[in-house]
Design a protein around this ligand. Structure first.
Ligand code: HSE
Length: 432
């Protein structure tokens, strides 16, 4: 049996998980790869990893792994975009294939990395970078290869989904649930990556590059997080037949490509609206297959290891069969730059929450602003003010409207004397 030698860099949560799953399932993994997978060297700066390293050659300097002439595949699991970038580029320069779980690295520097990999004829595989254990990269690259992808939408940050689920189910406030997510180890080292949508934007841009065969354009993603969602919005949404989820949407139309991450009302009847807790899910709509849904654990040691090892198996098969590299799915030189629609031009429906004086004529003032701007209304709900309270809360669902037009309406509404607070807006997607 041919032997493929791997070098693992990083023994944190994902590194240790990868090591443990490889050890536990090695026979099956090798039989699927059609070759022997041998851990040549592990580079780790930390002591006490959550795995048994006996019999394995461990070095402190991770760059030794990429310099080791015996290593065929470097598995980068250190995270971040500084040392990890140098490590990956050096590995490629040295003619090694790379497997990485690093979403920020691929989203922000993928174009450079893939360019270099194509030049050197090696593969960079990154299944674990998006949605943990869900094989969504392979689904886009292989299973859906015959389709023109119309759109995809995903819950691709487990921490955000956990926070919204707990807020809705247990009427807890945002800060309280975030603290629990951090204690449970779901959140990124910097929680703003999770709650402000940065982590989801990294993942979305990777999915979009595969779906639409275009270079990675992380700087063009519209990103809005969940930190301003209140439990009352979740309750109103529920009453109107919706759930609030934080999703990444990539859609192609004649006008351009939409790349956006934001909280969204989704009809309760959609399967993705019922994906709760830390779980992830991605819906992909292909022109031939129709809508497809992929669900699973988006983070955690072994779910992520599952994806890392799937890539190791792919690369090992490629090496042992002598196949040419496939970086990324279509050959990097063939990807075209495509125009990304500015958010002002994107059309979606909206949920609006307003605090208004409880007096006659206010609702007609609001509807006049909307009708003058040709914005249709789908639903209206007014909450009765509490005893002695002068203000009432009104919730509206609009038809689809261009964002720039909606912003114009909000400005006019906020200037009405009867409107007592900034208008709260959340986008609505049917995802049908
Ligand atoms: N912080 C990320 C999440 C981890 O919550 O989804 C997996 O990328």
């Amino acid at each position: 049996m041919k032997q493929v030698k791997i070098g693992i860099c990083g023994l944190g949560t994902v590194g240790s998980g990868t090591f443990n799953v490889l050890k536990r399932n090695i026979e099956q993994i090798q039989s699927r790869a059609g070759c022997e997978i041998y851990i040549q060297e592990v580079g780790a700066r930390r002591d006490n990893p959550a795995c048994d390293l006996s019999g394995v050659n461990v070095v402190r300097d991770i760059f030794e792994v990429v310099k080791n002439p015996k290593v065929d595949v470097v598995v980068e699991l250190i995270g971040g975009t500084t040392i990890a970038k140098d490590l990956v580029l050096e590995a490629i320069e040295n003619g090694k294939h790379v497997v990485t779980a690093n979403k920020a690295l691929i989203a922000e520097f993928g174009n450079e990395i893939f360019g270099k990999a194509a030049e050197k004829g090696v593969t960079v595989a990154y299944e674990a970078a998006v949605a943990g254990g869900i094989p969504i990269i392979k689904a886009l690259r292989e299973g859906l290869a015959s389709n023109r992808i119309e759109w995809l939408a995903g819950i691709i940050n487990g921490t955000g989904n956990f926070i919204l689920t707990e807020m809705g189910d247990k009427n807890r406030d945002f800060a309280d649930v975030l603290k629990e997510a951090q204690e449970k180890g779901y959140a990124e080292a910097d929680p703003t990556f999770d709650v402000e949508g940065i982590d989801a934007a990294h993942k979305l841009v990777i999915l979009a590059s595969l779906a639409f065969a275009m270079p990675l354009q992380y700087d063009k993603v519209f990103t809005e997080g969940i930190s301003k969602i209140e439990t009352k919005d979740i309750e109103y949404a529920e009453m109107l037949g919706y759930r609030i989820k934080h999703i990444g949407v990539a859609r192609q139309s004649d006008d351009g490509i939409e790349l956006r991450v934001h909280p969204t009302l989704i009809p309760k009847k959609r399967l993705i609206a019922n994906v709760d807790g830390v779980m992830n899910a991605v819906v992909v709509k292909g022109d031939a297959v129709g809508p497809t849904l992929y669900y699973g654990a988006g983070a955690g040691a072994e779910p992520t290891a599952s994806a890392v090892i799937a890539d190791i198996v792919d690369v090992a098969r490629q090496i042992s069969s002598g196949a040419v590299s496939g970086v990324p799915s279509l050959g990097f030189d063939k990807l075209e730059d495509r125009s990304i629609l500015p958010m002002e031009s994107v059309k979606t429906a909206y949920y609006l929450r307003l605090l208004v004086e409880d007096k006659p004529g206010v609702l007609s003032q609001l509807t006049k602003v909307l009708s003058d701007l040709e914005i249709g209304i789908e639903a209206v709900h007014q909450e009765e003010p509490g005893e002695g309270e002068p203000c009432a809360e009104i919730v509206l669902l609009t038809d689809k409207v261009q964002e720039a037009n909606l912003m114009k309406a909000i400005k006019q509404i906020e200037s009405l004397d009867s409107v007592q607070a900034d208008v709260k807006k959340i986008r609505v997607e049917a995802l049908g």
